[in-house]
Design a protein around this ligand. Structure first.
Ligand code: FAD
Ligand code: SIN
Length: 538
């Protein structure tokens, strides 16, 4: 017997910085459900290291932060989005601190006993403006937000609830104006699909790093929000711009582990195996050039020398400095027998951040009434063709707050439609496990090999063809058999991979993170053109 639909005023999918911030901002005005597919702290937010970029020092200005963001974005940022988000940053940071987030402080020079925020630096920033909690900033932000959410009686957090698809009124009854009215959710503890109903549904499902074989992202990052929105006919923008982080630990026993850009911000050098500090041949900003440039330089050095990695060395800053600034990185590297106070760390680039996503305005509103998208899942225009380091936590905070203000000022009408229960196959299939794990590996490997840091039309076309076949196979399983979280993630992963490939094929130039050997230069005609993909619903 199916459960009755569960009704809320606000449904939020995802419990990272974006979802939690939105929840706290609307909870006074209604009943909020946060649905999250694993445990509540399973998010990219919880893994963020370097920090959050915002202007808090008198030596800095919003204008400088804007210029740095535009420069990193390689001509594709929406300047008004950049100005708005960065200008609202300091107020949101102040709220985060008031909520209990403890950023690292330092003693003010020449003023014994008085303290100020300690600001670090990362690639592409002309000033020290990154607030951080040592080298585990995201965990501190997530801790503070989860504590506030836990203390709020209007917010219900449902763990192990996997959102499958958005429910659209126009699909239930074509005489209704189309809008989102709820979500089908795999309730994993109960092993059934439930219906959740609300006039406002917020996608805060994060990014899609798992689409690549090597990634800094946690397992939850399978692009579910982008895939759900695409299936609902919502526009998806700029998916070709996948950011590869230049420095992830290279060690046979380590599941990819990020070595924060703050290590380079605090003076780290990139070296080849023979000891050459090579960044001087690529950019005047050396190791602190924007990420696309550093990642491509490393890729090119590795290809030229045949070495499997390059090295990041901060040992010249002294053991005490290194242990004080990077206690978690130091401990983690030591687990693998690498003492970063005395020797260089072997590093390679890995997929890190999705700059494109669901097209929204600055309040997170999508083209589908009632549906909002905030955080990494959204494409607001802030990042353009390459995100400036540490701008993503900031974007999530600011846009979550703006989205909350929007729905409080203009609440969508209540849902007034009978929602059908979930229907797909009920059978299980012994083949499913092997098909899921094979296809999962195949997608991630082919994306790494054919759609990575350096692309060509031929490789993109090959990936397109293969992904089409895989999607057919997955579709068959999806409609005939009982859904599982693994199958749902595979379906989403494949859709996101296809969106990345199709977007990359549309853009006949190289810009920012999208580098295609067949068109190695930027084309001024494409400087302000976003790619946009939309499924035509029948
Ligand atoms: P997330 O924090 O990823 O949260 C997504 C949530 O959605 C999770 O709770 C997930 O379980 C849930 N979810 C996903 N799919 C479903 C579904 N189908 N149903 C239900 N729930 C679902 N950015 C910075 O600005 N500074 C940094 O220093 C920094 N360091 C980083 C270091 C690492 C290792 C990584 C991986 C990222 C880093 N980033 C950094 C990027 C930044 O952490 C993310 O962009 C940001 O945290 C995204 O927040 P979010 O709320 O949008 O998504
Ligand atoms: C890092 O610490 O290098 C990650 C920063 C980011 O992705 O913004």
């Amino acid at each position: 017997m199916p459960e009755k639909p569960r009704k809320f005023d606000f449904i939020i999918l995802g419990s990272g910085v974006a979802g939690l911030t939105f929840a706290l901002s609307v909870a006074e005005k209604g009943r909020v459900a946060i649905l999250t597919k694993k445990n509540r702290a399973d998010s990219s937010t919880n893994w963020a290291q370097g920090g959050i970029a915002s202007v808090t020092s008198r030596e800095d200005s919003i204008e400088l932060h804007v210029q740095d963001t535009l420069e990193a974005g390689a001509g594709l940022c929406n300047e008004s989005a950049v100005r708005t988000i960065l200008a609202e940053g300091p107020a949101r940071i102040a709220e985060l601190i008031a909520l209990g987030t403890q950023f690292t402080e330092r003693e003010i020079p020449n003023a014994p006993g008085s303290r100020e925020l300690d600001l670090t630096k990362e690639g592409g920033h002309s000033k020290r403006r990154i607030l951080h909690a040592k080298d585990a900033t995201g965990a501190e932000i997530e801790r503070a937000l989860l504590a506030a959410v836990g203390a709020n009686p209007n917010i219900t957090v449902l763990e192990n609830h996997f959102a499958i698809d958005l429910i659209l009124s126009g699909k239930i009854d074509s005489s209704h104006p189309n809008r989102v009215v709820g979500v089908y959710v795999l309730n994993q503890p109960a092993n059934r699909v439930d219906v959740f109903v609300a006039p406002v549904v917020v996608l805060a499902t994060g990014g899609s790093g798992k689409v690549y074989l090597y990634t800094t992202n946690p397992d939850i990052a399978t692009g579910d929000g982008v895939a759900m929105a695409y299936r609902a006919g919502v526009g998806i923008g700029n998916m070709e711009f996948v950011q590869f982080h230049p420095t992830c630990l290279y060690h046979p026993q380590a599941k990819t582990y990020l070595i924060s850009e703050a290590v380079r911000g605090e003076g780290g050098w990139l070296l080849r195996r023979d000891g050459e500090r090579f960044m001087g041949r690529y950019d005047r900003r050396l190791e602190l050039a924007p990420r696309d440039i550093v990642a491509r330089a490393i890729d090119s050095e590795m290809k030229r020398t045949g070495d499997p990695c390059v090295f990041l060395d901060i040992s010249h800053r002294g053991a005490e400095f290194v242990r004080h600034h990077f206690p978690n990185l130091y401990a983690r590297c030591l687990e693998f027998g690498i003492d970063m106070t005395r020797e260089p760390i072997p590093v390679v680039p890995a997929a890190h951040y999705q700059c494109g996503g669901i097209i929204t305005d600055l309040d997170g509103a999508t083209e589908l009434p009632g549906l909002f998208a905030i955080g990494e899942v959204a494409c607001t225009g802030l990042h353009g063709a390459n995100r400036l380091a540490s701008n993503s936590l900031l974007e999530a905070l600011v846009c979550a707050h703006r989205a909350a203000n929007r729905v409080l000022l203009h609440p969508p009408a209540p849902v007034d439609i009978e929602i059908p229960t979930w229907k797909t196959g009920e059978a299980t299939d012994a083949d499913e496990l092997v098909v899921v794990s094979h296809n999962w590996d195949e997608i991630r490997r082919l994306m790494w090999d054919y759609v990575g840091i350096v692309r060509t039309n031929k490789r993109l076309k090959r990936a397109e063809k293969r992904l089409g076949n895989l999607q057919e196979e997955i579709r068959e399983f999806y409609w005939n058999f009982k859904v599982t979280a693994d199958l749902l993630e595979l379906r989403n992963l494949c859709t996101v991979a296809q969106l990345i490939v199709e977007s990359a094929l549309i853009r006949p130039e190289s810009r920012g993170l999208h580098f295609n050997l067949d068109y190695p230069e930027p084309d001024p005609a494409w400087a302000q053109r976003n790619t946009e993909l939309r499924k035509i619903l029948r």
